[in-house]
Design a protein around this ligand. Structure first.
Ligand code: ZN
Length: 492
């Protein structure tokens, strides 16, 4: 079998032909996130060319409306939604002008990939599916809207800026899913919770030795999608050591450093500490004892973790007694990890929180947490837990970047309908689930709380990387599911 046929030469023989033609078009239009002018112009001229009502909203999203086909006038309105931007990445030896160059997409047996760059099937294939429905003269559908959003990948600006009241449909089918056969029916909302607190220091008393204690070698990971995998949080593990050491042999803290971002589980962390002369053997014994404890508690998951101490230059100052006690207690008491699992979706984390950054030194400490939940009131609840702990330490928690969750409803009429359609078409159950991370659907749901929503898509692997690859046969299956679902949409 031939390999690596340019998509340009192959798409005319690929099914469904209309979808692949539009996907090919998408590969020809530069559309990295925040630079969607060209793809927006293309979509507007596409809508206008079909004589369809085409609107550009004030953040640059494109909405195209298609009237119902004969006999379908009284069906519920359906919104097809996809994002027009793509992640721009390239291999080190690839020269690519993201403002002008097309994607060099090719077909290799059952997969479409790109030469040296991201493919942009995330979410170019979603855009192509919606376009194929809009321009079809044969697909039966009720009132239809296609919403193409800007900048999903680098901030969800399109969904965030979407005006309430613009969409008229009752049902939203998001086409940004990554596995054919997966029905996503919920996602997490969240917010950032940051603490910035000044504290008092004292000069380093005589008779103390300085060490840098390091907790290292943990896996880290995404604070939503990987929060339930039992991984250690290096910042929390470090704080536990500091608290024990202070109680046992008078350990004093000068600096703490762990983590890079609120939405990542810290992989490593270190603290500059001072130990009274004569207690160093206790400290060093504690280091190896603590490493043993962590290996016994976490070793099945964290196979490479280590706890070490290295002699350091004595710092001029340390936290004063009260600052160290209050701050270490607050860090230790800050909730971490999974707070609650979902009652109605198997294995879904409903609520979690992650302490992702801790920096203390030079009389100021900053702590950054990320709270997530598919239940909005639970975001408030965890926020109050954080405030409660930090108020005891005399600090305020600042909340920002709040976005709403999408609470899964496995019994929704849309989910039941599409499950039946999927079974009838493919003699197989779909995998119904939800994600513990933010999706555009959640943000849209926050503005349109009466929408019945689902997220689906063809199988597109390794998205956001230069190995991104779209599974050709899955595109026909998604189109078949879409067409039959539109046909069976219930009466208004
Ligand atoms: Zn996407």
């Amino acid at each position: 079998m031939a390999e690596k046929i340019p998509l340009e030469d192959a798409y005319q023989n690929m099914a469904p032909k209309d979808v692949w033609k539009r996907f090919y078009d998408m590969t020809q239009i530069p559309r990295r996130s925040l630079h969607e002018e060209k793809v927006r112009a293309y979509l507007v001229s596409f809508g206008n060319g079909l004589g369809l009502q085409t609107i550009v909203d004030n953040v640059g999203n494109v909405l195209i409306r298609k009237a119902p086909t004969p006999g379908m006038e009284n069906r519920k309105g359906v919104i097809l939604q996809a994002h027009m931007d793509m992640v721009a990445d390239q291999t080190p030896d690839t020269v690519h002008d993201w403002d002008n160059d097309p994607i060099a997409a090719y077909v290799d047996n059952d997969w479409v990939r790109a030469e040296g760059t991201t493919l942009g099937a995330d979410d170019g294939i979603g855009v192509a599916l919606a376009m194929a429905v809009l321009e079809s003269a044969t697909i039966a559908s009720g009132p239809l809207e296609a919403l193409f959003t800007v900048n999903e990948e680098a901030g969800m600006d399109g969904a965030t800026g979407l005006a309430p009241g613009l969409l008229t449909g009752d049902i939203l089918i998001n086409l940004d899913g990554e596995i054919e056969g997966d029905f996503t029916i919920g996602c997490a909302g969240g917010e950032a919770a940051a603490i910035q607190v000044p504290y008092k220091e004292t000069g380093l008393p005589g008779g103390m030795a300085a060490y840098r204690v390091a907790v290292q070698g943990l896996q880290g990971g995404h604070s939503g999608l990987e929060i339930n995998l039992g991984r250690g949080n290096a910042a929390k593990l470090l704080v536990r050591f500091l608290k024990d050491g202070a109680g046992r042999y008078g350990l004093r803290v000068s600096q703490i450093d762990s983590g890079t971002a609120a939405n990542a589980i810290p992989r490593d962390g270190s603290a500059l500490v001072c130990i009274p002369w004569g207690r160093e053997p206790d400290f060093l014994a504690h280091i190896s004892e603590y490493e043993g404890i962590l290996k016994s508690e976490l070793g099945a998951v964290e196979t490479d973790l280590s706890v070490t101490a290295a002699v350091a230059d004595p710092p001029p100052r340390i936290m004063n007694d009260k600052a160290q006690r209050d701050l270490v207690n607050a860090l230790y008491g800050t909730p971490q990890g999974v707070i609650r699992m979902s009652d109605n979706v198997a294995n879904l984390v409903e609520t979690s929180t992650n302490m992702g950054v801790v920096h203390a030194g030079d009389r100021a400490m900053e702590v950054e947490n990320r709270i997530r939940s598919s239940v909005d009131t639970s975001i408030d609840d965890v926020g109050s837990m954080l405030s409660s702990v930090w108020e005891l330490a005399g600090a305020q928690v600042e909340f920002s970047g709040r976005y709403p969750g999408w609470k899964p409803n496995p019994e929704s009429p849309l989910v039941l309908l599409m499950s039946d359609v999927y079974m009838a078409l493919f003699a197989q159950e779909p995998n119904i689930g939800a994600v513990h991370a933010g999706l555009e659907c959640g943000t849209i749901y926050g503005k349109y709380p009466n929408l019945d929503m689902i997220s689906i898509g063809p199988t597109n692997q390794k998205v956001h990387t230069t190995d991104e690859q779209l599974f050709v046969p899955s595109v026909q299956k998604v189109m078949d599911l879409l067409v039959e679902t539109l046909h069976q949409i219930p009466l208004k």
